[in-house]
Structure formats: structure tokens, C-alpha cells
Design a protein around this ligand. Structure first.
Ligand code: PLP
Length: 378
């Protein structure tokens, strides 16, 4: 794992700062800055730079594939998770009578394409109980008309981590639905086993320590036909410059259909560098090093007169903890005045712990939080 020296070398901006907000924005290592510089150098070559851009593209896809447990051909890269979900909605070609299951711990990107006024499907909401999604509550929402179940693996809201195998089993037992999984709050932070997911989506500016402007899409080849996006463009099309180009547009199947135009190469360079960095440290090592920090932070928060939103069952957390307090904004302000960075948003305070965090970060946060809560009362 990171030593004091390797941490300082890779993340100089963390010096003196207590940064517990990677669920919003990861801190990129210097290697990501070098990747941007490399992009600029390659771009200065004009069209000759494209060979280099595409080498980064292939390297980024190969890394994403490894993290997703897929092959590089089963990975596409678009520009955000939201874009990926909207393209997925096009691919589904939903009809009246179809049903989609979302849940109330999910980020809007995965939940809202189906809530648009002209989306024909009926939306059912899988509701969390005590901060956790239970498969026994999912089963009654499923049936022969369910076309899609969509969920985050780790909730942006309270950090609840879903166990995927029972969800896969329940979806298959009760419906013909496809299962879409958003791993934005998990990728780069916890080891993934995504078997059974029919579509995988992730943003790129959080735990993988890359940049904005990426949407990492995984489509297992067995699901390529189901997820072929009927969008205009060229990068996504079969023979876009051929003799039939003004008669018909035919999308490439699966993951390749999610990149409609020229890839966002600056983001691609950063994705390659961010994932390479994570891979070099080891996601298992990151997870193992973070576990005691998460546990200490959870214990510390739970001992205070705040409303803990994160469930405490075994295996139900990854890197995010969340809680409510009536004076949340003032607590946030006081922490920030001590250069302690957490998230105040969507009615709660959220703490995120990544591999570059230390027990000293957690101790400092808890000390200031304790003091703020004591002074501000309940
Ligand atoms: C689970 C999840 N998905 C997606 C996003 C962001 O989506 P986009 O890449 O469209 O900005 C977030 C951001 O907080 C998130 O937590």
C-alpha cells in the first residue's frame, strides 16, 4: 500500500488537507497529470497523433475490461454515466406495458431516463429499509413485463453496498429483465465480481482517480444484441462512410454502440493512467487498508447524536458513510474551516475513504465532528 513517501509523491495536494470526499471527486495522482501532458504532446502531431490516441484508447479499454471481468471488446467508453444510461434507454426500445425497476438509493443518472414524461414504461421503485435494499422487497416488483432492473452497486446516498449474486438470482427467478449495475462508487475502491450484470456503467472522476468526461460501459457479448444503441453518429456505426451511408444507419452491436462520435481522448488518457495507478497499488490492497479506517469512522460517527444513514450489516459498506444532523450545513462549514473536506448534499453529510487516506485523517475528522456536534447540539 501507500507509504508516507509514495503518498506524498503521487498526491502532493493532500499535504495538510484532510480529504474525505472521493465519492464526489477523486484526487488524481501526478501520473494522471502526466497523461494530460502526453495527450497535448500527441495532439500537437495533428492527424499523426491519432495512432497514439488509439493506443491509449485500447489500453484504457483493456484496463476497464480487467476491472469489470470482461474482454476489451465488451467495453465501450462514452462521456458520462448519464449519457450511457440514456443510450441504454434508446437500446431497450421500451413499449407501453413494459416495466422498469429503479431504487430509492440510486443516483439520478440511472433512475431518471425511465421517468421522462414520454418514456412508455411503468416505473416501480424498490425501496430501501433501514438504509438497505433487500431482495425480498425486490421479488414482488418483478414479473413477465419487467424489462430492466437498474441499481448502483454502492449507493452514492448512504454507501450501502449491494450483494450482487442474490439480486441476479432474484431477477432471473422472477422476470426476463436485464440487470444494469452502476459501479461508479465502487470501481477502483473495492474488488468487483460483476457476473450476472447485463450492463455495467461507471463515471471516471471519483474512485478511479481519473478525470471528468468518461462513461465506462461494459456489455457482456451474450447481451450485445440487447444493448445495441440505435443512435446516429459514426464511430458507433457499421461502415459509416460506405456507399449506403445515406440509405441506412446500422449500429455496431453491444459496447461499441455506446461511443457515438470521436472518443473524448483527454479523458481516455486519464482513465488509462488512473486505472493503471490503481492497478499498480492493487484494489484488494486498497480495500484492505481502508477497511479499518471505515470501521473506525463508522464507530466514531455512530457514537454521536447524529442519524446514521449507512447500514451496518456485514459486507454492506464500501468507502462511503453518511449521516444526518439538523445543523449539517454549519458542521460542514466548520469542518471545511479546518481543511476537512466531506460532502454536504441531498440532505446528509457524506464521508468517503480511499487508499490515500490515513487513520490520522479519520481521527482528525472525528475530533472536529465531535466538537461541532457538542457545540451545536441536536
Ligand atoms: C452512482 C453514480 N452514478 C453516476 C454518477 C455521475 O454521473 P455522470 O457521470 O453522468 O456525471 C454519480 C455521481 O455522483 C454517482 O454517484
Amino acid at each position: 500500500m501507500l507509504s508516507e513517501v509514495s503518498r506524498r509523491d503521487a498526491f502532493p495536494s493532500l499535504e495538510g488537507m484532510t480529504y474525505l470526499n472521493s465519492a464526489a471527486e477523486g484526487i488524481p495522482p501526478l501520473a494522471v497529470g502526466e497523461a494530460f501532458t502526453q495527450y497535448f504532446r500527441d495532439k500537437q502531431l495533428g492527424m499523426d497523433g491519432r495512432d497514439r490516441h488509439f493506443a491509449q484508447w485500447e489500453a484504457a479499454k483493456a484496463l476497464v475490461a480487467r476491472f469489470y471481468g470482461l474482454s476489451a471488446g465488451e467495453v465501450g467508453i462514452c462521456s458520462s454515466s448519464s449519457e450511457a444510461y440514456n443510450l441504454a434507454a434508446l437500446a431497450l426500445r421500451l413499449k407501453p406495458g413494459d416495466e422498469v425497476v429503479i431504487n430509492d438509493l440510486d443516483f439520478p443518472a440511472g433512475a431518471t431516463p425511465w421517468l421522462q414524461a414520454d418514456s412508455p414504461a411503468t416505473v416501480k421503485v424498490w425501496r430501501a429499509r433501514d438504509g438497505a435494499l433487500r431482495v425480498e422487497d425486490l421479488a414482488p416488483l418483478l414479473g413477465p413485463k419487467t424489462r430492466l432492473v437498474t441499481t448502483s452497486l454502492v449507493s452514492f446516498f448512504n454507501g450501502f453496498r449491494l450483494a450482487l449474486p442474490p439480486v441476479v438470482e432474484t431477477v432471473h427467478a422472477h422476470s426476463p429483465a436485464l440487470l444494469a449495475v452502476d459501479v461508479t462508487q465502487a470501481l477502483g475502491r473495492v474488488p468487483l465480481d460483476l457476473r450476472g450484470a447485463d450492463l455495467v456503467v461507471s463515471s471516471t472522476h471519483k474512485w478511479i482517480l481519473a478525470s471528468h468526461g468518461g462513461g465506462l460501459v461494459g456489455v457482456p457479448s451474450a447481451r450485445a444484441e440487447a444493448w445495441s444503441v440505435p443512435a446516429g453518429g459514426w464511430f458507433n456505426l457499421h461502415d459509416p462512410f460506405g456507399p449506403e451511408r445515406f440509405n441506412a444507419a446500422v449500429s455496431r452491436p453491444g459496447a461499441a454502440s455506446f461511443t457515438v462520435g470521436m472518443p473524448n481522448f483527454p479523458a481516455v488518457y486519464a482513465i488509462r493512467a488512473g486505472l493503471e495507478y490503481i492497478d499498480g497499488v492493487g484494489v484488494e490492497q486498497i480495500d484492505a487498508a481502508c477497511r479499518p479506517l471505515v470501521e473506525a469512522c463508522l464507530e466514531g460517527i455512530a457514537a454521536l447524536p447524529v442519524e446514521l444513514l449507512t447500514p451496518r450489516g456485514p459486507g454492506e459498506t464500501a468507502g462511503i458513510l453518511a449521516f444526518r444532523h439538523p445543523a449539517a450545513d454549519e458542521i460542514h462549514r466548520r469542518l471545511r474551516a479546518h481543511d476537512i473536506h466531506i460532502m454536504a448534499h441531498a440532505g446528509r453529510l457524506r464521508v468517503a475513504i480511499h487508499g490515500y487516506n490515513t487513520l490520522a485523517d479519520v481521527d482528525r475528522f472525528l475530533r472536529e465532528l465531535r466538537q461541532a456536534v457538542a457545540e451545536l447540539g441536536r
